[in-house]
Design a binder for this molecule. Structure first.
Ligand code: GLC
Ligand code: CA
Length: 557
């Protein structure tokens, strides 16, 4: 496989609104990020992905862009961003912007012009259809945030427009070559500025199955998940190939796709050599346990489920390309709260989870706060306490299914995206040191115990363990094996053991006892050296390795 500059990098995702507030308005901003660049450098970060900071009404927290060429004043100015890019470069940190082009904001001038004149050129930038009151909708797709994906076109009672997400996020019509050209121009404008690349939002959604038609109803609301249509849509490759050729490839830029539901046969095209993207996220564990009813009915995830999902994902792309590994992002609850049983949650188990995903093949992404072990909110009293536009759908879906209010709030506590969006916990000071005024979203009350300052002081902390993991992956002695070594799942017949081998010029085995009870594992070969672990005492002889609950041991054999 051709070696690329991004293969050995460690990436970090910033959710700007909640990272660091520099000017005391309770909203994180670019200057706040600049003030923490040395922190990130010291942690060992090479690539910084910023969730959207473009001009936006923030209906979906910036994933609704009203000007692709400008910065929202709440986040700062273009000068601030230029400074961030330059200061990042000085520290060897590349900035990756979020590319949101399945849709824009209804406040984007394209959409405003489309509303003024739906038959004019900007009408063709969107999916606008004629519709008479009382007639059936063009199709029964359910938008991701609930309800139909059709909405009346402002100013036109006889027309509808399509939105896969929020009604303030009209879908862009990628079938229109003029629109596509505008998008490539914009991408190149950013790459010319010197950013390292893009994370590409909701990209599978750009290809619709046309003409619009109904899919089987899958909930009481009489609608059908938009995913049903996506599975049926073909031909996205033409758009993605064109975009890659016209933009990313020309700059050797890093591009990582938010790709769901891709077909096996498409993998080489997506992330193989010369593929549409440098990488795509491994979402194999994200929707584990989720059925068509919705999150309220999701099944608990077992250690075996987690292991089998990540192992299968990496086996699936073996020899093809690189996945980007995550345990959480701004769309998920906190990974430690989702993948570790509540009764087992501790710094020890958090480190075990960190080690598992970090040493797999692929590019590790850390989501802000993950490195200090940030957790879900432990209590949600009402919907009003939260912010995310996806909460209503999560909540109502549970209520419609007959859950009590209290139980529906518990669904949010487990699954709301706001769990990951609470302000970064820098210290035990008021507002967790994020701001000197009340932040836009509540601070997780556990900030007094979970915060960077206290983690820094504790040599056994989750934070220091992440530092060790990053350092190990960069250590010239081991870098090659963790980045390019072959991956082999091991002992998959033993319940709750997550074990894999990386082979190259050396052989490394990662053993994790992902449960609270002890186990003995028979060694295939004697351990030469333990290169990393989360435990104080490691007991093994030439045959047997003894593991306490949530012990992680990385050894060379
Ligand atoms: C992606 C983003 C998510 C957003 C959606 C619509 O899934 O990660 O935050 O709501 O796209 O842009
Ligand atoms: Ca601010």
């Amino acid at each position: 496989m051709e070696r690329k500059w991004w293969h050995n990098k460690t990436a970090y995702q910033i959710y700007p609104k909640s990272f660091m507030d520099s000017n005391g308005d309770g909203i994180g901003d670019i200057k706040g990020i600049i003030s923490k660049l040395d922190y990130l450098k010291n942690l060992g970060i090479d690539i910084l992905w910023l969730s959207p900071i473009y001009k936006s009404p923030l209906a979906d927290q910036g994933y609704d862009i009203s000007d692709y060429y400008d910065i929202d004043p709440r986040f700062g100015t273009m000068e601030d961003l230029d400074e961030l890019i330059a200061k990042g470069k000085e520290r060897g940190i590349g900035i990756v912007m979020d590319l949101v082009v399945n849709h824009c904001s209804d406040e984007h001038e394209w959409f405003k012009k489309a509303c003024e004149d739906p038959d004019g050129p900007y009408g063709q930038f969107f999916y606008i259809v004629d519709h008479k009151e009382g007639q059936p909708l063009p199709c029964n797709w359910r938008s991701y945030f609930g309800g139909s994906c059709w909405e009346k076109l402002p100013g036109h009672d006889d027309k509808l427009y399509l939105h896969s997400f929020h009604k303030k996020q009209p879908d862009l019509n990628w079938e229109n070559p003029i629109l596509r050209k505008e998008i490539y121009k914009m991408i190149n404008w950013w790459l010319d500025k010197g950013i390292a690349g893009f994370r590409i939002d909701a990209i599978i959604n750009i290809k619709k199955k046309l003409p619009f038609s109904d899919y089987p109803v899958d909930r009481e609301d009489g609608l059908s998940s938009i995913e049903n249509m996506l599975k049926d849509a073909t031909g996205i490759g033409e758009f993605l190939g064109e975009m890659a050729r016209e933009t990313f490839h020309k700059y050797d830029a890093f591009s990582v796709g938010e790709v769901f539901n891709e077909k096996d046969s498409e993998l080489p095209l997506f992330i193989g050599e010369g593929g549409y993207f440098s990488s795509m996220f491994d979402f194999s564990t994200t929707n584990l346990g989720l059925g068509s009813e919705g999150w309220y009915a999701a099944k608990e995830i077992t250690a075996n489920d987690y292991r089998d999902a990540i192992f299968a994902a990496h086996k699936r792309i073996e020899g093809i390309g690189y996945l980007s590994n995550i345990i959480e992002n701004h769309d998920e609850p906190r990974g430690v709260s989702r993948y570790i049983k509540a009764e087992d949650l501790s710094d020890h188990s958090k480190k075990a989870l960190a080690g598992i995903y970090f040493l797999l093949p692929g590019i590790p992404f850390i989501y802000q706060g993950q490195e200090i072990g940030m957790e879900n909110l432990s209590k949600i009293e009402s919907l009003d306490q939260l912010d995310d536009c996806a909460n209503t759908q999560l909540y109502n879906n549970a209520i419609d299914a007959g859950l009590t209010e209290k139980d529906a709030l518990n669904v949010l506590k487990k699954h709301s995206r706001d769990n990951a969006r609470t302000p970064f916990q820098w210290s035990a000071e008021q507002y967790a040191g994020f701001s000197n005024t009340e932040p836009w979203l509540l601070v997780n009350p556990n900030y007094k115990t979970i915060n960077l300052e206290s983690q820094k002081k504790d040599s056994d902390s989750v934070f220091n363990f992440y530092k060790d993991l990053i350092a190990l992956r960069k250590d010239p002695k081991y870098s090659d094996i963790f980045v390019y070594g072959e991956f082999t799942p091991m002992h998959t017949d033993i319940d709750n053991l997550i074990c894999y081998k990386r082979t190259g010029d050396k052989t490394i085995i990662v053993y994790v006892n992902y449960q609270s009870k002890d186990i003995d594992v028979k060694l295939d070969s004697p351990i030469k050296d333990v290169i990393l672990s989360n435990c104080d005492v490691i007991s093994y002889n030439s045959n047997i390795l003894h593991l306490h609950g949530y012990d992680l041991i990385v050894c060379e054999i």
